[in-house]
Structures are given as C-alpha cells and as structure tokens.
Design a protein around this ligand. Structure first.
Ligand code: F6P
Length: 346
C-alpha cells in the first residue's frame, strides 16, 4: 500500500513482558479503527511469533467490548526477536514476516511493546512495512515518551506492598528490604519508594555504597526510629547469582547487626487490572494510533510529551533507554527530606 491509499485492514500485536493496560490499548485502537474509520481489525497472536507464523484472528467490534479492565493481553505475548540469530543460524524470520504481511493483506501493523519491540518495529518499517508503535511497560523506560502505560498500575501495586511492610517493620523493629522490578531503570523503585515513604531508595542510575546505606539505618536507630524500609531496584549492582534484595539484606545485617528481612515482589507488579490512569493513557494512545494510521503516519511511535499526544520516529527510539537523570526533580526533593539514595556520607 502506498502511504496515500486508505488503510483498510490493520493488525495489532502485543510483544515483550505483559503489563496492565494492554487490552485497553487494543480496544482503543480497534474500536476507533472500526467505528470511526471503517477498517477491518486483526489480532496477531503472541507478539512477533504470530507474524512469523501467520497466526491472526479477526477482531470484530463486539469482541473488543468487555476487555478494558482486564489485565494481561487477549492476544498473548512473547519475547520473540525476529532479527536475532538462533545458535548462529539465520531462520529468515523477517522474510517470513514480510511474506505473511502481504498474504494477510495487512495495510498496517500496530506493535504494542517496550524498547525491544520498538527496535524490531523500526527494522520492519525499514523493510517497507507500515508500522506504528505504542509504548507500554511497567519500567517506564521507553525513550521518546514521557510515560508508558502499565507504569502507574505497577506503582500502585508496589506502593501497597511497601505500605504493608511498614507496619510489620515497625512492629518487629526490623529493616525491611523490598526489591522492585524495572530492568535497568529505577523509575518504578523511585516512584513507589517515595509514595510508600521508603527511607532508602537504591536505583541503578545512582551508584550506592553499602557503608552509606548502613550509616543511614544506624542514624535512624539513634534517632529513635528502630526500623527502616529499603526500596531496591532489581537493576542495581549486585552479584548475578542472587537477588539484589538478598545481597543488600545480608550486607546490612552483617554490618549493623540489626535484624533484616527481604521481599522480592516479582511478577505481582505486572499482573491484574490497570488503574484508571493507565486505562485512560492506553485508550488515548490507542485512539490516537488509529488516527495516525488513517493519516498514513507510519514508521513512528505514538508518545506523550508534556501531556500532549505526538509521534516520534521509530528509528530514533530503537535501542535507547530512558533512564533517570541524577538531578531529577523528585530525587532532589526527596534528598532534602532526608531520603537516602545510598550515595551520601561518602
Ligand atoms: O520489562 C518488564 C519486566 O517486568 C522488567 O521489569 C523485568 O526485568 C523483566 O520484564 C522480566 O522479564 P521476564 O518476563 O522475561 O521474566
């Protein structure tokens, strides 16, 4: 299809780790494409695997009803990377994708995913397919947008967990370590740590020193606060054969002698129903994507900048990460309130 012809048939896929809001986004794209633009909508199963195998199902408008509040993705997902060699072998997956794209008569494909998904989407766009990306991930680390859906829901879940740890930490006068997801980014740990009143927050973007962490805990002890909450991002520097939380817990117990316990929150952070904020964000992204398809704005990722919807070129996004700057405003404010990032007293 040339960019000037009207797109009639579109495909949608969800790839990478799941997160709350995926179904809201599928619904936003699909309903707008059908109701406003009269397009046919197809769901591609299990991320890029479905494109490689030609595994698609038609999504009628009625099938897009009742999914707004559902967690996970009705289409399934996978971490398939079609451009990656397998054991040094080229399985010609991009060629299979291009063939299926034509065979299925698709005029455009919507790829909903995180950094890895956008990287693949950019390569497919380069091959001449009409591709638009929608950024999702609990990690909030997609370059080119201020926010991804899934993040707000995960912050909510992690904050709730930290709240619960507070009461048990206080009762037992213990140090409680909680490990938060986020891959190489600290957004989720920073936001849930601040919302949950964490005393120490360790994120990959700031180098911590365990002596500094212990000093903060001992100072609290001396100030009549004989319990502490330490929020640890999974991506901080730690030995690969154990969790970040257990590494930090053992060091604190050894150096301070204060009883310390650890919790790794894990996949609970990605599960369940999206928050209202994520439902709205995913819906905005979805509806805008359908409009972008109708306007032929391909090779882009939809994004939010200063709360307004916009697009960025996929080739700009692929392969980059949006990490926290050390002078991030929230970090500066938290420091002024006495929150430690494990890099003081050095
Ligand atoms: O990107 C979302 C995320 O949950 C990260 O926070 C985490 O590091 C990773 O996915 C876990 O990946 P997997 O689902 O492959 O175990």
């Amino acid at each position: 299809m040339s960019n000037s012809a009207k797109p009639k048939r579109i495909g949608i896929l969800t790839a990478g780790g799941d997160c709350p809001g995926l179904n809201a986004a599928i619904r936003g794209v699909g309903k707008t494409a059908i109701v406003e633009y009269g397009m046919e909508v197809y769901g591609i199963r299990a991320g890029y695997t479905g494109l490689i195998n030609g595994d698609i199902i038609e999504l009628k408008e009625s099938q897009l009803s009742g999914i707004l509040t559902l967690g996970g993705t009705i289409l399934g997902t996978s971490r398939e990377k079609p451009y990656k060699m397998e054991n040094g072998k080229d399985l010609h997956k991009p060629e299979k994708i291009k063939k299926n794209y034509k065979k299925m008569g698709l005029d455009a494909v919507v790829c909903i995913g995180g950094n890895g998904t956008m990287k693949t989407a950019a390569l497919l766009a380069k091959e001449g397919m009409n591709v638009i990306g929608i950024p999702k991930t609990i990690d909030n680390d997609v370059w080119g947008t201020d926010v991804t859906f899934g993040f707000d829901s995960a912050v909510q879940i992690a904050t709730d967990a930290i709240d619960r740890l507070h009461t048990t930490a206080n009762s037992h006068q213990r140090v409680m370590i909680i490990e938060i997801m986020g891959h190489n980014a600290g957004w989720l740990a920073l936001y849930s740590g601040l919302a949950g009143g964490g005393d120490i927050i360790l994120i990959p973007e700031l180098e911590y020193n365990i002596r500094s962490v212990c000093k903060k805990i001992e100072n609290r002890y001396e100030d009549n606060k004989p319990y502490s909450i330490v929020v640890v991002a999974e991506g901080i520097e730690h030995p690969k054969n154990r969790s970040a939380a257990s590494h930090i817990a053992e060091a604190i117990q050894t150096y301070t002698g204060i009883e310390t316990r650890e919790t790794v929150l894990g996949y609970i952070q990605r599960g369940g129903s999206p928050t209202p904020m994520d439902r709205i964000l995913a819906t905005r992204y979805g509806a805008y994507t359908a409009q972008c398809i109708a306007e032929g704005c391909f090779g882009t990722m939809v994004a939010v900048k200063d709360n307004a919807l916009t697009t960025v070129g996929l080739e700009e996004v692929g392969g980059k990460l949006r990490l926290i700057e050390p002078d991030n405003g929230l970090i500066m404010k938290a420091r002024k309130m006495g929150v430690s990032f494990g890099d003081e007293f050095l």
